[in-house]
Design a protein around this ligand. Structure first.
Ligand code: NDP
Length: 446
């Protein structure tokens, strides 16, 4: 590893010793860009690494709200505005009890390079809260969102920072957040993305991350003259990303056989077809039920407390959460014949698992590249809002497809340029990094 990279990594570890997820993400990116630092002295002269690992600012705030029994509740809110060298801050909000500063920093850091890869002008940020929407009434979720926005509104804006959804923040939450923003600021702008279709949202935004992950998989397969057609696919999660990953796999002739949530996995050997997927969407998005109910409804196997990774497959699409594939899971997947992993979730494979995939030279698309279709389509929503126009479904889908092809091409080209063709971890990190680093060099010491 380049000596400068090693020195900065050591500093990062010293200064953030309790931030496990952030350290994991920072180590991966810094190690992958090491060969770039060997070739280009200017990044060291401009202290790019020291600057890029330090967020522009970290906002942490109290979110007080009242539950349905009139009891006072308090959660913690976060927004980490990491880097806006190439455009306004952009990145989702996550509401989940596990949320802490380390998780938001890891997600914000990843977002810098992901957004750079999309070819659109967006900086990196992330936010959220340890609030758990599960089991809460719509009124409680609304009151929480209103309180959260009552602090956040002063830090965001259409040319400043444009939040979106993530785990636990779907169309319902974005709507409550936007309503409160509009009311306090007295403006109607595209300050959040993932909005409802009648008030500024973009067609294809709900589908974009899942569709994009499958488009990315298709591009990787094409390098080996292969396709999704006929492939048995494991999908984890059963939320936004998982649902539309299954839809696109079906459309391209593959067969998705699993979905999961934090309680367990369903395994449907016959495949989760369009009719069954419609049931899942209603179950998860409207009734807010558990995936176990699918097994009862369609006589599929239910595996309580388990993840899908020990089921034989051709392709895997982890679409739930970080570190859901361990080294052992990765070895099991490879042993059982898995030839492709495309990450719909952010950092779902732990560092040992990544090593396994790279060592076996399977087609491995890291989240930063494979799930960038979501934020890319958010960028398209921002463009439509600025122009006061709405594009058709076909138009947005075509642009999304073009962006995923471009992301694949630039990650692949960087992997070739730096001597490891097909190493998309290295390729995506380098391609994302160089654009931001060059912008930082050009803009001086800020
Ligand atoms: P949703 O909230 O819609 O769904 C999340 C799914 O993952 C649920 O099925 C949930 O199960 C499961 N899950 C969440 N946390 C855990 C956990 N700790 N252990 C096991 N299962 C878990 O979120 P999204 O689909 O939007 O996001 C999924 C992943 O994709 C995340 O990593 C997110 O960062 C990433 N992503 C999302 C984008 C988007 O556009 N939405 C864009 C790019 C990346 P349960 O209901 O039991 O909690």
């Amino acid at each position: 590893m380049n000596a400068y990279v090693a020195e900065v990594l050591e500093q990062v570890r010293r200064k953030n010793s309790d931030q496990v997820e952030f350290l994991q993400a920072a180590a991966e990116v810094l190690e992958s860009v090491s060969p770039v630092l060997d070739r280009h002295r200017r990044y060291r002269d401009h202290a790019i690494l020291e600057r890029i690992v330090e967020p522009d600012r970290v906002l942490m705030f109290r979110v007080p709200w009242q539950d349905d029994r009139n009891r006072f509740q308090v959660n913690r809110g976060f927004r980490v505005q990491f880097n806006n060298a190439i455009g306004p801050y952009k990145g989702g909000l996550r509401f989940h009890p596990s949320v802490n500063l380390s998780i938001i920093k890891f997600l914000g850091f990843e977002q810098i390079f992901k957004n750079s890869l999309t070819t659109l002008p967006m900086g990196g940020a992330k936010g959220g809260s340890d609030f758990d929407p599960k089991g809460k009434s719509d009124s409680e979720v609304m009151r929480f969102c209103q309180s959260f926005m009552t602090e956040l509104y002063r830090h965001i804006g259409p040319d400043v920072d444009v939040p979106a959804g993530d785990i636990g923040v779907g169309s319902r939450e974005v709507a409550y957040l936007f309503g409160q923003y509009r009311r306090i600021q007295n403006e109607f702008t595209g300050t959040l993305t993932g909005k409802g279709i009648n008030w500024g949202g973009s067609l294809i935004r709900p589908e974009a991350t899942g569709y994009g992950a499958v488009y990315f998989a298709q591009e990787m397969l094409a390098t080996r003259k292969d396709s999704i057609e006929g492939k048995i696919c494991l999908v984890s999660g059963s939320g936004n990303v998982a649902q539309y990953t299954v839809e696109k796999i079906n459309q391209l002739g593959g067969k998705a056989v699993t979905l999961s949530d934090s309680d367990g996995t369903i395994y449907d050997r016959d495949g989760i077809n369009a009719e069954k997927l419609a049931y899942v969407i209603e179950l998860k998005n409207i009734r807010r039920g558990r995936i176990k109910e699918y097994a009862e409804r369609f006589k599929a196997e239910y595996r309580p407390g388990k993840r899908p990774w020990d089921i034989p497959c051709d392709c895997a699409f982890p679409s739930a959460t970080q570190n859901e594939i361990s080294g052992d899971d990765a070895r099991t997947l490879v042993k059982n014949g898995c030839i492709l992993v495309a990450e719909g979730a952010n950092m779902p494979t732990d560092p040992e698992g990544v090593e396994v995939f790279l060592a076996h030279k399977i087609l491995y698309g890291p989240g930063k590249a494979a799930n960038a279709g979501g934020v890319a389509t958010s960028g398209l929503e921002m463009a439509q809002n600025s122009m006061r126009l709405s594009w058709s479904r076909e138009d947005v889908d075509q642009r999304l497809y073009g962006i995923m092809k471009a992301i694949h091409a630039s990650a692949y080209a960087a992997s070739v340029e730096y001597g490891q063709p097909g190493n998309y971890v290295m390729g995506a990190n380098i391609a994302g990094f160089v654009k931001v680093a060059d912008a930082m060099v050009e803009q001086g010491l800020v």
